[in-house]
Design a protein around this ligand. Structure first.
Ligand code: PMP
Length: 286
């Protein structure tokens, strides 16, 4: 596959960075993952806006030119479709760059490392609740850092939480804070449905402002379903009629089991089907 590194398109196997890169030594960088289907991207502008915000938050001096990046990302998709197929995620990464000292403070005069590559995504599922078995998830206290709104490449906390779900044979790990409030999952956001109404935790430092979350909020409005961004306790989650997790790779995944608890009647819900069908139609235009 063809990758992008510091201004050039190169075969992925030939892409090389310094072991002194602070992305490697400190996880000192910001990343994005943009999904695409049959060559068309989902939420490109929103992903770029979040990318720029993340870089500003950690003071990496790198300005993202939206149009230039659109061309770059589109080329990674187009040039890799033959090998990867129609469903492609593009990973983009800007790290602070390589510094010869190993010193925590942000160095001056270091050039950021800019990297992008394409990988195969799974094909979108059909918006048919009878054809979807629903997924199960683990549940754990969030033991990551307190800046979860920054899409940092330092993902060990997320990796460890996700690994729990793998060990338990589940698709994800839902996370709650010290107050017993659901924040997000290790690599997804969370929605619940109760009595026909949708809820998702409000944005703050405890969760990533997911682009899919943002698109799903739009789709709920289009579908005429009332939605509220408010605190969801673990108890409320377990008593919900439907639970969904959202991310660029998973789109909207319906959850029918959380730990040992069945959600609703244990089947994928009607509202998921309705909203996911709107999402499937609208995702390229929102
Ligand atoms: N939360 C976390 C911690 C994530 O890593 C992700 C991205 N995989 C999400 C939520 C979902 O974000 P998006 O919809 O932008 O992919």
């Amino acid at each position: 596959t063809i990758a992008y590194l510091n201004g050039e398109f190169v075969p992925l196997e030939q892409a090389r960075i310094s072991p002194l890169d602070r992305g490697f030594l400190f996880g000192d960088g910001i990343y994005e993952v943009i999904p695409s289907y049959a060559g068309k991207m989902v939420g490109f502008s929103q992903h770029m806006a979040r990318f720029a915000k993340g870089l500003a938050a950690i003071e990496i001096d790198y300005k993202i030119d939206r149009d230039e990046w659109q061309t770059l990302v589109q080329r990674l998709i187009d040039d890799n479709r033959e090998t990867l197929g129609d469903n492609i995620g593009v990973y983009l990464h800007v790290s602070r760059g390589a510094d010869t000292r190993r010193y925590h403070a942000y160095p001056e005069g270091v050039t950021p490392t800019v990297f992008g590559f394409a990988f195969a995504l799974s094909a979108p599922v059909k918006a048919d609740r009878h054809a979807h078995p629903g997924a199960s998830v683990s549940l754990a206290e969030d033991l990551r850092w307190e800046r979860c709104h920054i899409k940092s490449t330092a993902l060990l906390g997320n990796v460890m939480h996700f690994q729990q779900s793998v060990k338990e044979g589940n698709a994800e790990t839902l996370l709650y804070n010290h107050q017993g409030e659901i924040t997000e999952a290790s690599s997804s956001n969370v929605f619940i449905i109760k009595d026909g109404k949708a809820f998702t935790p409000p944005l703050d430092n405890q969760l990533l402002p997911g682009i899919t979350r943002m698109l799903v909020l739009e789709c709920l409005k289009i579908a005429g379903i009332e939605v509220s961004e408010e605190v969801i306790t673990v108890g409320e989650l377990l008593a919900a009629d439907e639970v969904w997790i959202t991310s660029s790779g998973k789109e909207i995944l319906p959850i029918v089991k959380v730990g040992d608890n069945q959600i609703g009647d244990g089947k994928v819900g009607e509202i998921w089907e309705k909203v996911f069908s709107v999402y499937s139609e609208q995702k390229f235009v929102l």
